[in-house]
Design a binder for this molecule. Structure first.
Ligand code: 5FX
Length: 559
């Protein structure tokens, strides 16, 4: 019997550097949460003047960035908050973290030296003001690189070829096209950059006082990594920008140790000098770990700023839609994922317009409107959507003669508006029908074994009821909606164990016998809806995807 025990008094610290906030979650050796803390960018760092953590540049179509230094200052503030709450940093055995995927940071020539000699008497922000060649990091919401995406796909032989090579076709938010745009439009800045980090490896770099590797899982969100070999792809590098491999550094598995904690943190916050920093990874991969997803057929739906659907696959076939990533907690399998840009901010828009800005009112309306919405289908894109690739705009259709038993004779016509109750149901049913349709097209099992819901909106049982009816399976929730930082804390423990053993150990090793009573257990929240309703939703979904395909033909960014 292997010994997978964690040090009895040890703590495992997981961060989550997300679009709107920076969070920390701390687990003890029984995997119970001992403390958590958050810094909300807009309200706690108002000097950066972000809205939802970002700048939407109205002068350039689709450019969305965040100030890199804000992330550094948020880190200073979060650690100060933990200090004020008398958090005992000495007990932290290992740290890891989660970063919003795809966002990139550009370190100016000479910054490694700065990182390696941080003065513990000063905050990080003061010492890194001048460390970045680009002050505003492009993030996952950006959609300004359509031209570069096309160039990259053409150079590697087409969209499907790129997807088979890197796990995804070219996407505007993926780091490769972002880097290419910088190389093309600001060649001097590109030349002055000695290292390009992802948000995840950037934050890990701060903790180790040196450049941390990009982990293989988050690395697959760049259109630059060969998904099977887990190495930088020469063809993709060449298609993106010259001299890039050197600026990216090496890749590392997500369970590897990035380094020991830098003296800066030992002296300033009294971390133990033996505290290990485990590779940081992307937010969705960390959520997969935090939800303890381990069976193919389990599906996770994360309802946050972006909505994502993900699961595990052993032999995935990358396609034109969706993404394949290495599984962050199992080197043999993969993670498959669908991403929607219009998540919580778009739901809030409808709530504000149609439900008196109140979730209670919204839920009452949702409960009182009939499933299938009388054949009304809404497509709500407050932001340029990723899946499908459609521009900003709301489209509403009414299906004539829709009874739910056949699509024969069912015709749709577009309308300018829905009444408020139909709009409320429309913003819930529409996106979930789309998720189900794309998940099935991508080869995810239908119906899933079960769905584990996470993210802010997973606390809303009226919404979960629709999920259970539309997907036709039981929906589970976790006690905490911050699965990304929780997953990071679990990965910190896992990475520490792998390091002790000197090789990879199964992720389940860390939670064996502990899952039931720990903070990471999940519970059944909503049983599957009835079978008759499910078959009606199946027809509605088919109609929806037909209309969606027409919208893409007419308005899609790739046309
Ligand atoms: C994943 O591909 C995405 O673009 C988003 O889910 C971001 O990771 C959100 F942070």
């Amino acid at each position: 019997m292997e010994d997978y025990s964690l040090p009895k008094d040890g703590l495992f610290l997981g961060f989550d550097s997300s679009t709107q906030s920076l969070k920390a979650t701390v687990l003890d050796s029984n995997l119970n949460i001992v403390t958590s803390e958050t810094v909300h960018f807009d309200s706690e760092l108002p000097q950066y003047k972000t809205k939802d953590g970002v700048y939407r540049d109205t002068s350039v179509n689709g450019r969305i960035v965040s100030p890199t230094l804000m992330w550094v200052e948020a880190f200073d503030l979060l650690l100060e908050k933990l200090t004020k709450s008398k958090f005992d940093f000495k007990r932290v055995t290992a740290v890891s973290g989660s970063g919003q995927q795809h966002g990139s940071v550009y370190w100016k020539n000479g910054s490694l030296a700065k990182l390696a000699s941080l003065n513990p008497n000063k905050p990080l922000m003061e010492q890194l003001t001048d460390a970045f060649s680009i002050k505003e990091s492009p993030i996952w919401m950006d959609s300004s690189t359509t031209a570069q995406c096309k160039e990259i796909e053409t150079a590697v032989g087409g969209a499907l070829e790129l997807s088979q090579l890197t796990g995804s076709r070219a996407y505007e938010r993926f780091t490769g096209s972002q880097i290419r745009k910088i190389f093309q439009t600001q060649p001097d800045v590109y030349r002055e950059t000695e290292r390009i980090s992802l948000v995840s490896s950037f934050m890990a770099s701060l903790l180790i006082g040196a450049y941390a590797s990009i982990d293989e899982t988050d690395g697959s969100g760049m259109n630059l990594m060969d998904i099977r070999e887990r190495t930088w792809s020469k063809i993709a590098l060449k298609a993106t920008a010259p001299g890039l491999e050197e600026k990216l550094g090496k890749l590392a598995p997500a369970y590897a140790v990035a380094g020991s904690i830098a003296p800066y943190f030992v002296e300033r916050f009294h971390f133990n000098k033996n505290c290990l920093v485990v590779q940081w990874s992307g937010d969705n991969p960390n959520s997969l770990a935090g939800l303890t997803l381990n069976t193919p057929g389990d599906l996770a739906i994360s309802l946050g700023t972006s909505d994502t659907v993900f699961g595990i696959a052993s032999e995935p076939q990358p396609r034109l839609e969706g993404h394949v990533l290495p599984n962050p907690v199992d080197p043999k399998s993969y993670m498959v994922m669908l991403v929607y840009k219009n998540g919580s901010l778009t739901r809030e828009d409808v709530r504000n317009r149609c439900a008196e800005r109140s979730w209670d009112t919204f839920n009452n309306i949702l409960e009182q409107t009939p499933p299938l919405n009388g054949g009304k289908l809404g497509f709500y894109y407050k932001e340029h959507e990723i899946l499908p690739p459609l521009p900003v705009g709301y489209h509403r259709y009414v299906l004539e003669n829709f009874t739910g038993s056949t699509l024969d004779g069912v015709e749709e016509h577009e309308v300018a508006e829905f009444d408020a109750p139909s709009e409320v149901r429309g913003i819930i049913e529409g996106p979930f029908l789309s998720m189900r349709a794309h998940a099935e097209r991508f080869g995810m099992p239908a119906p899933p074994n079960r769905i584990i819901a996470t993210g802010g909106a997973s606390a809303n049982s009226s919404i979960l009821k629709s999920v259970a009816s539309i997907f036709g399976c039981d929906v589970y929730t976790v006690q905490r909606s911050d699965s990304a930082s929780l997953g990071a804390a679990l990965r910190a423990a896992h990475g520490w164990l792998c390091n002790r053993k000197g090789s990879f150990i199964p992720f389940s090793g860390i939670y064996e016998n502990k899952l039931e009573n720990s903070s990471v257990s999940c519970k059944l929240s909503m049983p599957a809806g009835d079978a008759q309703l499910l078959s009606k939703y199946t027809l509605l979904m088919k109609k929806r995807i037909e209309i969606e395909d027409c919208l893409v033909q007419k308005l899609g960014r790739w046309q």
